[in-house]
Design a protein around this ligand. Structure first.
Ligand SMILES: NC(=O)c1ccc[n+]([C@@H]2O[C@H](COP(=O)([O-])OP(=O)(O)OC[C@H]3O[C@@H](n4cnc5c(N)ncnc54)[C@H](OP(=O)(O)O)[C@@H]3O)[C@@H](O)[C@H]2O)c1
Length: 252
């Protein structure tokens, strides 16, 4: 569990530790998900998108001891959410959340990703980790957008193109917001969180954060496999870590 009394120094040590562990972490794909690299030290998390899914993830990260800035284009509307989470939670604008975070989570309708890339790609490229939880969904984002994402090889590669230089991992994409709170640290075996990424250090930090909120990360491959991390694919919904490994082994 992360402590809440960390300092800038602790954070730097953590990030350095994560970087050196990253080499070990990707010695083999299955082992990568078990590399414990960033645990125990608070990381500042900036949330772009603090709706159902972003709010649930932000709350879980606060509970694990991380300072979190939830953001909105109308931050005053986050007063109740933030007030209920205690002193580690703050509300801010999108700019402020990006500035705040060592790690940034993007949890927005996928149609907003292009604008976020245009406005914030340079700032996001400086972050240790950017977690993309966002999904292209036809009924919400439009069939044309979903088609365009597919033509680019799926959401992992499409997000990477819109956020050049970002240390990107896709995670939590098919776990519903209600399940985030309900299944964290659940008894009887952890729920697996399939993740995809190309950056070894980012994968190590993401894996540690996922463990800290009580799930088991399972690396299924690089960002090209991010296309499977959307609802409606075999990896959609909830699975045990072993089930995720079995399903992932059958994906091209
Ligand atoms: N809900 C789930 O169970 C779930 C599960 C897994 C993945 N996801 C994915 O997570 C993403 C968010 O889903 P949600 O259900 O949380 O949606 P939601 O409740 O409608 O929240 C959307 C959030 O995105 C923000 N946002 C929208 N456009 C933005 C922009 N241009 N710049 C900055 N922030 C913007 C909104 O902030 P404002 O206050 O500024 O409007 C709001 O906080 C989607 O891609 C979804 O597919 C959702």
């Amino acid at each position: 569990m992360a402590k809440s009394d960390g300092t800038e120094h602790n954070r730097r040590e953590l990030l350095q530790a994560a970087a050196s562990s990253a080499l070990l972490a990707l010695a083999a794909w299955p082992l990568a998900a078990r590399a414990q690299t960033a645990g125990g030290t608070p990381l500042k998390i900036g949330m772009i998108g603090s709706g159902r899914e972003g709010g649930a993830l932000g709350a879980a990260l606060v509970k694990a001891g991380h300072p979190v800035m939830l953001s909105s284009r109308h931050p005053e509307e986050l007063k109740n959410l933030v007030g209920g989470l205690g002193p580690l939670a703050k509300a801010g604008t999108v700019d402020q959340a990006i500035e705040f975070g060592d790690v940034v989570m993007i949890v927005v309708p996928y149609g907003a990703m292009q604008q976020i890339g245009r406005d914030y790609a340079a700032a996001l490229a400086k972050k240790t980790l950017v977690i993309d939880v966002s999904n292209p969904i036809a009924r919400r984002d439009g069939a044309d957008l979903v088609k365009a994402v597919d033509e680019q090889g799926g959401a992992g590669l499409a997000t990477a193109k819109m956020l050049p230089g970002a240390h990107l991992v896709r995670a939590f994409n098919a776990i519903g917001s209600a399940k985030i709170a309900a299944d964290a640290h659940r008894a009887g075996g952890l729920v697996g969180v399939p993740i995809a990424g190309d950056d070894t250090n980012a994968i190590a930090v993401a894996s540690s954060l996922i463990r800290e909120i009580g799930f088991e990360p399972v690396l299924i491959g690089g960002l090209a496999k991010g296309k499977y991390l959307v609802p409606g694919t075999p990896l959609g919904g909830e699975h045990s870590p072993a089930e995720i490994r079995t399903i992932a082994a059958g994906l091209s």
